[in-house]
Design a protein around this ligand. Structure first.
Ligand code: BES
Ligand code: MN
Ligand code: ZN
Length: 507
C-alpha cells in the first residue's frame, strides 16, 4: 500500500473516495430526541456537499456507520463517505482508528483502490494521535486472511492519503504518520503469522520467519532447537515438544540501542505453540482447527520487536519465543509425569512440575522462557499467551486478561493502553489461588482445577517470574476474531502488539 501525508485542502483532491468523520452531538436522552450528526471538518465544500443528507436524518453518526455519496457537489473526489465515530462525548482516538478501518473495509469489496482521509477536526481529538490511528486503522483494515484461496482476488487498497490541512506542526505530524505505518505493518506481520495453518508454520518455520524479519529490520536473532533446550535444562519446554515429530524452536531476538548500556532490560516472552492438540489430554474435535493460533502470543512479541527495531526506543529489549507443537504420540509427555523446569543458574535446582493435564502446555513452555529471559538479564518481564479458555469465560472477547506481581509495572502497562486502544482487565493473584497449584509429589502442578483457571495459570507463571517485575497477558479471547467487524476481518487480530510496544516505549 502506498501511503502519503498531505497538507492540501480536501475540496481540491482528486480521489476515488474521500472519507470524512462525523459525531452525534445529541446529549438528551429524552424520548423522541433524535441524533444530531455533525461532520468533524472545517471544510465548507465538504459540509455543503453533505448538508442535505445530514439534514435528512438517514445518517446517525453511530460508531462505524457509513454513508456514501457519489459525485459530491463542489468536490473533486468521485465519492464521499461519511463515517461515524458515535456520540461526540465518547469519540476517542480509538474510534478514529476503527473508523479508518471501516472505510477501508467499505472500499475493498466495491473495487475502490484508493482512499483519502480528511483528518477529524475536533478539540477532543489531537491531530498527531489521529494521524497515527488513521494509518494504523487503514493498514489493519486492509488485511484479509484468504491467503490460500486459489481464486483469490487481491482487493488490497493500493493507496491511502491522509489530509492534515490547516495543521501547523508538520514535522511532528509527519513523524506520527511514519509511526502509524510501522505499527500497522508490524501488527499485520503478527497477523500473517497467526493466520498460517499448523502444517505451513511449524516451530522451525516460525523460527525462519522470525530470523527473516529480524534481518530485514537489523536485529540480531538466534534460533535454537532440541540441543539447546537440553543444554539449558529446559525440561518443561522440552516435555511439551517431545511428543511431536517437529523439533521445537527457541527464538531469541535482541534489541540493543546504541549508547544505552544501563537501565532496565525488558524481557518479552511469547507462547509459540504452532498447534495445540492438547497432547495425551487431547482436546475435543470441535473447533480444534483454531488451535493453530496458539502461537499468537509469540507472534505478538515478534511484531512488537519489529516495531521496536524501527522506532528505536532508548531501552534494551530481549524477546524469547518458545515454539513447539503439542501432540499426542508414543513419545509424548503424559499426565502424572514430573518434569524439571530450567534452573535460573546452573548451581540451583530447577523447580519440579507435576503434569496433571498435558493440555496446560503453554505455562510449561513459558516457565522456561521466563527463566531464560531472567538468565539473559531481563529486569522486567512481559509475557503474552493464548493461555486459558477460562480467561475467555471470565472476560469474553472484549478484554484480555492482565496480571502482574508489581503495581508500578502494571500502571505503566495500563497507561500504555490509552495509546494502543486495546483493552486488558487486571485480574487478581493471591495465596488462595497459589494454594490450588500445590502438588503432593513436586513443587507445583500445572493445573489448579476448574475454579479461577486463568488466575491459577498466572500463579503458575508467577512462580517463575519470582521477584522480577512481571506482566502476564492472557489473549486467548482476543487473538482470533470469530465474527468480522466493520473495521477488521475475521481471523487473526494481532492483539497486544501495540500495547506491548507502548509499554516498552514508556521506559
Ligand atoms: N491453548 C489453550 C487455551 C485456549 C483455549 C486458547 C481456547 C484459545 C482458545 C491452552 O493450551 C489450553 O488448552 N488450556 C487449557 C488449560 C486447562 C487444561 C487447565 C484450557 O483452557 O482448557
Ligand atoms: Mn493446551
Ligand atoms: Zn495451548
Amino acid at each position: 500500500m502506498r501511503t502519503e501525508l498531505s497538507f492540501a485542502h480536501p475540496a481540491g483532491i482528486e480521489t476515488e473516495l474521500l472519507a470524512v468523520t462525523a459525531v452525534d452531538t445529541q446529549t438528551s436522552k429524552a424520548p423522541g430526541s433524535k441524533p444530531e450528526p455533525i461532520l468533524l471538518t472545517t471544510d465548507e465544500a465538504i459540509k455543503s456537499a453533505a448538508a442535505a443528507i445530514l439534514a435528512s436524518g438517514e445518517f446517525k453518526a453511530g460508531a462505524n456507520e457509513t454513508l456514501l455519496l457519489h459525485a459530491p457537489a463542489g468536490l473533486k473526489a468521485r465519492r464521499l463517505v461519511i463515517v461515524g465515530l458515535g456520540k461526540q462525548a465518547k469519540a476517542t482516538v480509538q474510534s478514529v482508528r476503527q473508523a479508518a478501518g471501516t472505510v477501508i473495509r467499505f472500499a475493498k469489496p466495491r473495487g475502490i483502490r484508493e482512499v483519502t482521509f480528511a483528518l477529524p477536526k475536533s478539540a477532543l481529538l489531537p491531530p498527531g494521535p489521529c494521524i497515527r490511528a488513521t494509518v494504523e486503522g487503514a493498514l489493519v483494515g486492509d488485511f484479509d486472511p484468504d491467503t490460500y484461496r486459489s481464486d483469490r482476488k487481491d482487493l488490497s487498497i493500493q493507496s491511502v492519503t491522509v489530509l492534515a490541512s490547516g495543521n501547523s506542526d508538520q514535522d511532528a505530524l509527519k513523524a506520527a504518520f511514519a509511526e502509524g505505518i510501522i505499527i500497522g505493518e508490524s501488527q499485520n506481520f503478527t497477523r500473517s503469522l497467526v493466520n498460517e495453518p499448523g502444517n505451513k508454520l511449524t516451530p522451525t518455520i516460525l523460527g525462519q520467519r522470525a530470523a527473516a524479519m529480524a534481518a530485514e529490520v537489523g536485529l540480531p536473532c538466534e534460533v535454537f532447537s532440541t540441543e539447546k533446550l537440553h543444554e539449558l535444562k529446559m525440561g518443561a519446554f522440552w516435555s511439551v515438544s517431545q511428543g511431536s515429530e517437529e523439533p521445537p524452536a527457541l527464538i531469541v531476538l535482541r534489541y540493543e540501542p546504541e549508547g544505552v548500556t544501563g537501565g532496565p532490560i525488558l524481557g518479552l516472552v511469547g507462547k509459540g505453540i504452532t498447534f495445540d492438540t492438547g497432547g495425551i489430554s487431547i482436546k475435543p474435535a470441535d473447533k480444534m482447527e483454531l488451535m493453530k493460533y496458539d502461537m499468537a502470543g509469540g507472534a505478538a512479541m515478534l511484531g512488537a520487536m519489529r516495531a521496536i527495531a524501527l522506532l528505536k526506543p532508548k531501552v534494551r529489549v530481549i524477546a524469547i519465543v518458545c515454539a513447539a507443537e503439542n501432540m499426542p504420540s508414543g513419545k509424548a509427555y503424559k499426565p502424572g509425569d514430573v518434569v524439571t523446569a530450567m534452573p535460573l543458574t546452573p548451581d540451583k535446582p530447577g523447580k519440579t512440575i507435576d503434569v496433571i493435564n498435558t493440555d496446560a502446555e503453554g505455562r510449561l513452555v513459558l516457565a522456561d522462557g521466563l527463566t531464560y529471559a531472567r538468565q539473559l538479564g531481563a529486569t522486567h518481564l512481559i509475557d503474552a499467551a493464548t493461555l486459558t479458555g477460562a480467561c475467555v469465560v471470565a472476560l469474553g472477547t472484549a478484554n484480555g486478561g492482565g496480571f502482574s506481581n508489581d503495581d508500578e509495572t502494571w500502571a505503566r502497562f495500563n497507561a500504555a493502553l490509552a495509546t494502543s486502544g486495546e483493552k486488558f482487565w487486571r485480574l487478581p493473584l493471591g495465596e488462595e489461588y497459589a494454594d490450588q497449584i500445590k502438588s503432593d509429589i513436586g513443587d507445583i502442578k500445572n493445573t489448579g482445577g476448574r475454579h479461577g483457571g486463568a488466575i491459577t495459570a498466572a500463579e503458575f507463571l508467577k512462580v517463575f517470574a519470582e521477584d522480577t517485575p512481571w506482566i502476564h497477558l492472557d489473549i486467548a479471547g482476543l487473538a482470533w476474531i470469530e465474527d468480522s467487524k466493520p473495521y477488521i476481518a475475521k481471523g487473526p487480530s494481532g492483539t497486544a502488539v501495540r500495547s506491548i510496544l507502548e509499554w516498552v516505549r514508556s521506559y
